[in-house]
Design a protein around this ligand. Structure first.
Ligand code: GSH
Length: 223
């Protein structure tokens, strides 16, 4: 069977790309990878060759294209993993979907002000009440999921699931900007960062040469 192809952006910056990439790697689903450096001359044309939205990530599987991070994870779970991308327990699965949807559609202040940039290293500083509220909510989600559903393993719902992949880019954001966490949330952050697959992504990101000013915090933070 020809493996699917995952089209992604820069590993240093593209948080949406990391999600399905990590989910597929961690789940042992074989795939080819095409990296398109974003916001370079000719990038949009290349993105549009694959993606109807012009955005990455996008999964190509035969004549099927799936063009959204969460939809890709869902498809991979159904086609290759017999649905094991989500917890087997109905309640846990519903909550996992809710927190994944919350990440997919929310946390705009965190996303805008703490852009994923694996090469960045800043001491923590207060940005705004909105960013603080987003960070507090993420820490709450991590803590509650670990405490209520995580007994069978180190992940949000015990076994690694799509929910962990959805929150993985946050781990790099929190690391880059020195976001202070404690207790269960801090331990979960360290579990994400220590993953072999996250380290492999990190190594590839460090080898990239593109610099995107719109993702460099010192250029976007209020002075
Ligand atoms: N909701 C989409 C968001 C995809 C997205 O915004 N991708 C960004 C990169 S992280 C992109 O392709 N940007 C390129 C552009 O805007 O030209 C998903 O979940 O996949």
């Amino acid at each position: 069977m020809t493996p699917p192809t995952l089209v992604i952006g820069n590993k240093n910056y593209s948080s949406w790309s990391l999600r399905p990439w990590l989910f597929m790697k961690k789940s042992g689903v074989a795939f080819e990878e095409i990296r398109i450096p974003l916001y370079q001359p000719g990038s949009v044309e290349k993105q549009r060759q694959y993606s109807p939205t012009g955005l990455v990530p996008l999964l190509v599987d035969g004549d099927l294209k799936v063009w959204d991070s969460l939809a890709i994870c869902e498809y991979v779970s159904e086609k290759f993993l017999d649905g094991k991308g989500w917890s087997a327990d109905l309640q846990a699965r519903a909550v996992a979907r809710a927190v994944s949807a919350e990440m997919h559609s929310g946390f705009q202040a965190v996303r805008a002000n703490l852009p994923m940039n694996l090469k960045a290293e800043f001491p923590w500083k207060f940005i705004s009440d909105e960013v603080d509220a987003g960070i507090r909510r993420i820490a709450e989600i991590w803590t509650q999921c670990r405490e209520r559903y995580g007994a069978s393993g180190p992940w949000l719902f015990g076994e690694f699931s799509i929910a962990d992949a959805m929150y993985a880019p946050v781990a790099w954001r929190f690391k880059s900007y020195g976001v202070p966490l404690e207790g269960v949330a801090e331990r979960y952050l360290n579990t994400l960062l220590a993953m072999e697959e996250m380290q492999a992504w990190h190594a590839d990101a460090l080898g990239e040469t593109e610099v995107l000013p719109q993702c460099e915090a010192r250029d976007i933070w209020p002075q």
